[in-house]
Design a protein around this ligand. Structure first.
Ligand SMILES: [Zn+2]
Length: 349
């Protein structure tokens, strides 16, 4: 009996020491936390809410149950991929970053991205920063005048899966589409794409390739395996809702299915973090670069997105500029050290 009690006490101590990675633990000090920011490109707030009410996004629902869901509006720039992701990942307005829209842009100045802010505050050797994307040019890093990455840099599989970047090109045949895209890039890419100057400062730049969730998702899990032993911040981008919305419309089954597929990958990411014993100290944020015009194949005026998180301190509605300061504070960064001053406010209670 005594022996059994001793054994049970030892087991209880072991469980306590190992911690339980089955929920995010807000008592983990911010400076010890990891964060993953996931973008569901073109996910309209109302459509996501409708999916949630139909129980079609169980993994997002579980995240929200643990943490929060707040409303994010996109203000001060075009509701498109380049401008949206630049603000989501720098916290600045276009007059600071130079990224106004998909056609009016220049490279983001060095040092201004959330990846580099984390390096500045904690030391590059102390935190891995990872950027993984599923689109090329609109979240790309080509140099001035370049229209495509060198052929050697583009895996065969990725070329096969090339998907159209916008509404008009989505309707063309693949060859016409490639030509139309190259022409558009040639017309606008005078100074370099947004991520041209900054990508060299990240631990991992895995971009400039158009690819679906089935190709992006497994790489998310690989990066968690590879960098989870140390501290990390990762940005994972899923382009599928945007492409399906352009091709089939916001109210289509295809757009809805793309959101469901994003949710399934969210579930696999959570599962991986739990299996690796990292979930208790890893915050997950899910957002979108822009929404979608209701019932249409465009996002010309689509400012309504969201921020979902397993972090229960996220409580306030805000705009896209607030995402960077929210994550930085929750990772233990000191906003007063950042220049130029970030215009947004943490969305924390
Ligand atoms: Zn789009």
């Amino acid at each position: 009996m005594v022996r059994l009690r001793k054994w049970m006490l030892a087991l209880a101590a072991l469980v306590l020491a190992a911690g339980c990675a089955c929920a995010f633990d807000p008592s983990v000090p911010p400076a010890q936390r990891n964060a993953i920011l996931i973008s569901w490109d073109g996910a309209q707030r109302d459509h996501v809410k409708e999916c949630l009410s139909r129980n079609e996004l169980p993994n997002l629902a579980a995240l929200i149950k643990e943490g929060s869901f707040v409303e994010i509006d996109v203000v001060g720039h075009q509701t498109d991929t380049k401008a949206g992701h630049t603000q989501m990942l720098t916290g600045y307005d276009p007059d600071v970053t130079g990224v106004y829209s998909n056609s009016k842009y220049r490279p983001i100045p060095e040092g201004y991205t959330i990846f580099e802010r984390l390096n500045q505050q904690f030391g590059k050797e102390n935190i891995a920063t990872i950027m993984l994307t599923g689109k090329s040019h609109h979240i790309g890093s080509l140099g001035p005048g370049e229209t495509a990455p060198p052929k050697a840099a583009r895996p065969r599989q990725a070329r096969k899966n090339t998907v159209a970047e916008d509404e008009e090109t989505a309707k063309l045949k693949p060859q016409q589409r490639a030509a139309a895209e190259a022409q558009k890039v040639a017309q606008t890419n005078k100074e370099g794409e947004p991520w041209y100057k900054v990508k060299a400062n990240f631990t991992v730049w895995d971009g400039d390739i158009a690819r679906p969730a089935s190709k992006v998702g497994p790489r998310c899990l690989d990066y968690i395996d590879k960098y989870g032993k140390g501290r990390f911040f990762a940005f994972f981008h899923f382009s599928d809702p945007d492409h399906k919305g352009h091709a089939n419309g916001e109210n289509s089954k295809e757009y809805n299915d793309a959101l469901i597929e994003c949710d399934q990958w969210l579930g696999k990411i959570v599962e991986k973090l739990k299996a690796n014993g990292l979930y208790d100290k890893t915050m997950i944020f899910v957002t979108a670069d822009h929404g979608f015009d209701e019932g249409k194949t465009s996002h010309k005026n689509a400012p309504y997105v969201f921020l979902a998180a397993n972090d229960p301190k996220v409580k306030k509605n805000g705009d896209q500029r607030d995402i960077v300061p929210t994550i930085l504070v929750e990772m233990g960064a000191d906003l007063s050290k950042i220049t130029p001053k970030l215009p947004g406010k943490p969305l924390l209670q």
